[in-house]
Ligand binder design. Sequence first.
Ligand SMILES: [Zn+2]
Length: 383
Amino acid sequence: MHKTNLDIKENNEAVIIKAIIESKSISRAQLSVLTGLTKPSVTTITKRLLDSSLIEEHEIGTPSSLGGRKPIMLKFNPKSALSIGINIREDGFDGTLNFLDGAVIDHFSKNKITISEENTLQELVAMLNMFFLNLPSTPHGVIGITISIHGTVENNKIIFVPHYSLDSIDLVEEISKIFMVPVYLENGANLAALAEYAFSTKYDNLISLNVYGGIGAGIIEKGELLIGHNGQGGEVGHTTLYPNGKLCPCGNHGCLEQYAANDIVISTIEKKLQRKSISLSEVKDLYYQNNQIVVNSINEMAYHLSIGVQSLVAIIAPDIIFLNNPLSKEIPEILKILNDHLSSRFSKDTTVLNSPLGYNAIQLGTTINNTQRFLNVKNLKFI
Ligand SMILES: [Zn+2]
């Protein structure tokens, strides 16, 4: 049985641990100044956090000129607990066991399977069992399992998933009953946004634009995820590009993702080149060999994406946008073309960058989600 033995309910404890994590290394006196809490309060709270192994003491710097000891500093101990993240893709599962700073301990993947209501629970339990059989010893054990869903999620319930149905199973109930740890469901783009917020930028307003099989945006405004009604905020892939365009599984015509999703662009290139399949690196090679079919397809994709980005900027006005897309990682010119198209008064000052986290963003987001809920903190930054 794995159960957490810490329950940070005290707001002051949450304030202190967040300050310790974000400062990397801090003294009790500095904590008192930073948080406005009295020194005796800081001493009491940090003792409890030390006793629970969530923080550690270490010595740095030089003793004061009057002699005396080196100051004792405090730092977060990410190895005090474990986090598990599962990503339910369109055709498989990825699972990762992490320490609380995102450091990977173990991971498993299962590919090329059809996700269904019949097999999903069984597959997830089998993967989780592999983790639980070999857990490293830590004071708190596994503090949460976050499951990434490529669909809309609200209040830990799946609302809609376009590529598979999981309607009849309650993953949260079933998995938490078996493993006795908190289980959270979250939209993949939202998890990616949490990860970018924590690891990639000091900004508080950002968009993580995830362009894979579909297109979804995770939006963070002033450190908070913008979820929207039924978790439908950020479904930018289903904004209309061409009102009489291609039919989308969502029921509308001409949705952005029908023209600019990574997998759709690749299958269009395959069709035009009359190939059965083509890898990312082949697309990259053909692009740099100036193959006109590939160059034109990439240009069109970047142009279509720029329209989606322009709308996002006009409505949300983020400080920064992270494009999380396998093709633009291989062909950075996509980013340049996209930025060149952003010419309106609203969008020309917004920076669009390739995501530094790439495919790992979702898994890192699961760790951030578990850690924030365990520590009762929000807006955590590890950068
Ligand atoms: Zn659609």
